[in-house]
Design a protein around this ligand. Sequence first.
Ligand code: B12
Length: 437
Amino acid sequence: MKKVFSLPDGHTGDISPALRNWRGARVLGINPSVYDFAWFDLWSKPVGLLALLRFLRSGGNEVYLVDCLYEARTEPLTFGRWRVERERVEKPGPYRNIPRRYYRFGLSGAALRERLGARPGPDVIFVTSAMTYWYRGVFEAIETARAVFPDVPVVLGGTYARLCPEHAARSGADFVQTRPLSCLPLGSPAMDLYDAPSCGVLLTSRGCPMRCDYCAARRLWPEFEQRPLRDVFADLSAQMSLPTVTDMAFYDDALLINRERHFYPLCRHIRERYPGLRLHTPNGLHVAQLDDECCRTLFRTGFRTIRLSLEGTDDFTGRASSGKATVSDYARAVASLLRAGYGHDAIETYILAGLPGQDAANVRASIDTVRSLGGRPKLAEFSPIPGTPLYEDALRLTPGISDEPLLHNNTIYAQYASKTLSPDGLQSLKDLAAGRE
Ligand code: B12
């Protein structure tokens, strides 16, 4: 087939109009390694990149993938997750005084270079990105790809590229996807690009109807949109046709909205077609939707890991969280989950800590409330995200975050930069949440 592919003029924007015409091109996708203090596999897959590769393949292009995290997996963990090889590395300047170890999770630059060298030469390379403060792995992947394939154009996309377009312009990529990808129908990751995936990922909607002050969902996807169920079923069927898949994680921001017409029929379909499939919602569920019927449905359908988005029981945190959960909603949700068959340990509940202006005493009170009602508190440390209302507050307290995405790191921001929590303060909250105090 004759190769047809070209990049748009300019270095940033939306590559979609160009992509629609591509034929016969060989496209290599790279999911970079992660540099961070800690990283756990919460069914982590680069869904956006995988969906894009599927789209290009169906348009008559050849696609392949190097996932630096998946390729460095060492041993299986529960529910289809993996431990990934890590190596201690020197901390970058902004972290120099932080008394914690810093690691690379995933393939080293040298190992990536070796893998790339063993593959056929691509016509174009697509690099994805996730957290803004993980850009080091992105830059390293681009540099390595350039060293192995000096004349091949590199395109960068993903969450970091969208949230920090000016910073991402310095990545060395030829084109940076800074706008929403208009060509892509939602979801449908090409999970078959993995040799033996143990988990799949479903995205049944994009965006979120809430307006929480710390969250970038609205900036990334201005409209909330649920996929037609027949598309979700087709996506599920494609992933379930891979014989190694035992687990499925949902990445939705608002899975339970409109549940009578969306979530419940999906659950019915899963129960009929895929009994025994284990399901997980690492992204929190809206507490207000969790009544008896919903909790029974979750339990019967096979949801094993459920996380609840409580965020906080005080007025300050509640306001920042769109007032989406009251204490009485939460109490009802816990009671319904217990009645449905879940144990106390399964009711993991996110509580936000380290918001600019948040009082640590309120976080403490939220933890106490969750414990007293029978849930299991799980601290989620705040990460300031450009373009969100709370980012502006964070910027006033710590002006340096505007030039350095490393300072968005949730592990760092809450205890070293937020000025509302100290390392000791955070540790004592963690102890309290874990019942060690
Ligand atoms: C699912 C999810 C998770 C999952 C796993 C994510 C993963 N893959 O590892 C879990 C639950 C583990 C998670 C955890 C956290 N998350 Co999270 N997460 C998300 C969420 C909801 C969806 C991301 C996603 O997969 N989207 C779906 C795909 C389709 O989108 P995409 O990959 O961006 O791709 C699109 C485009 O960018 C493009 N594209 C992608 N790649 C490429 C490549 C090329 C070349 C091109 C052209 C285009 C392109 O195509 C796609 C379609 O348009 C986002 C919010 C959101 N709505 O995006 C937050 C989000 C990314 N998370 C966020 C945060 C804060 C966190 C936590 C820190 C929360 C906490 N306090 O604990 C943790 C930290 C995680 C860690 N250390 O591992 C922030 C970002 C923070 C930051 N500074 O970057 C977000 C934006 C939510 C928010 N609060 O605003 N998260």
